[in-house]
Design a protein around this ligand. Sequence first.
Ligand code: ADP
Length: 379
Amino acid sequence: NLLSNALKFTEKGTIQVIVKREQVNATEQEKVVFSVKDTGVGIDEEKQKILFKKFSQADPTIARKFGGTGLGLAISKRLVEMMNGHIDFKSEAGKGSEFFFRVPVKRATDEEIQSCELEKNESDETEEIPEISLNILVAEDNQVNQSIIKEVLSGFGWNYQLVNNGKEAIEAAKDDDFDVILMDVMMPVMDGLEATELIKALPEKSKIPIIALTASVTEADLQKVFQVGMDAYIPKPIKIIELKNTILKLISPDRQREVRRKCIDMKEVKKHIDDMELYYQTIIPVFIEDLRNNLSTMEEAIQEGNYEEIAALSHAIKPGCHYAGAVVLAQRIEKIEMLAKMNQPIEKIQLIFEEYKAEAERVLKFLEERSYIHGTKKE
Ligand code: ADP
């Protein structure tokens, strides 16, 4: 509420949010101070007097006079007080306002911090960041939408080129190879529908998936979108997850194969282990060591062409991969085991081993960073 007020009453200048821990002596309880400071219109003295009182004031003229429901600050005050805190403000008409509140907090114990980190890490796993490089053409005239899309695409490490209308989109599509085109429907000069029809008519470009970005999703509008050959649509305002998923769904199967799964799958871990303490404190450190040893002995066995040893080593490390949740690694090692048992040419095994090694490096890096977080890293 403090932030939305600051935004509402500040036309120019800045809004600053500061959160800091208050220095206290050891006997006192720690406090956190939140402050929202703006350079907006400020509040004149008359108004200042009644600011937090609206909740108890039944006079409807106040709400009429100042706009809004007039309840926000009163509710904020109640909430802060329920947390045994205190809220106040400083303001000068024409210069700006600062609203701040102070709440006592209990310092978390080490166990509490650790359990939060566990939870955080587990929820991290549900959001897969695909490791693939894509080149995306974005035709969108609205600057705000442009910057949001830019943020999202570069956040995924994807390349993009921005153009402002359908005509520019056609030129760009001719000049470069794109994996996907994001096409705003309503644009000046040439709209997205016409541009799509023309791009789909270009022999070399007809297969590029085109995703409509559209604010109106009535049946009639969507019919037009698909009629001109667009492959999907994303309603505005754009949701990041929807943008990502739609793009990944539409890229060619060749490119899709490049989308690598996250190296550790916590869902796989949970199939075997409930106790996350055990996972981080025991299973992971042991697995890291086993995996390192396995890599060097496996390398030797392959050099010697010792099939029996290769199969045995693969077989031994396999359960660890599953327990650790290293799903891709488990697939690789299973393949090596199978090839060795079938006495397949050593070059073939060597090839899969290279993939296995690269994946193992990823897994090790990932796990070592994680176990460091969980305080079990040993130098
Ligand atoms: P509402 O915004 O719904 O009216 P609030 O209780 O949050 O309810 O705010 C009451 C009034 O206090 C606002 O209408 C405005 O006049 C004034 N006010 C609150 N915050 C600010 C601010 N940052 N700058 C200027 N005026 C403010």
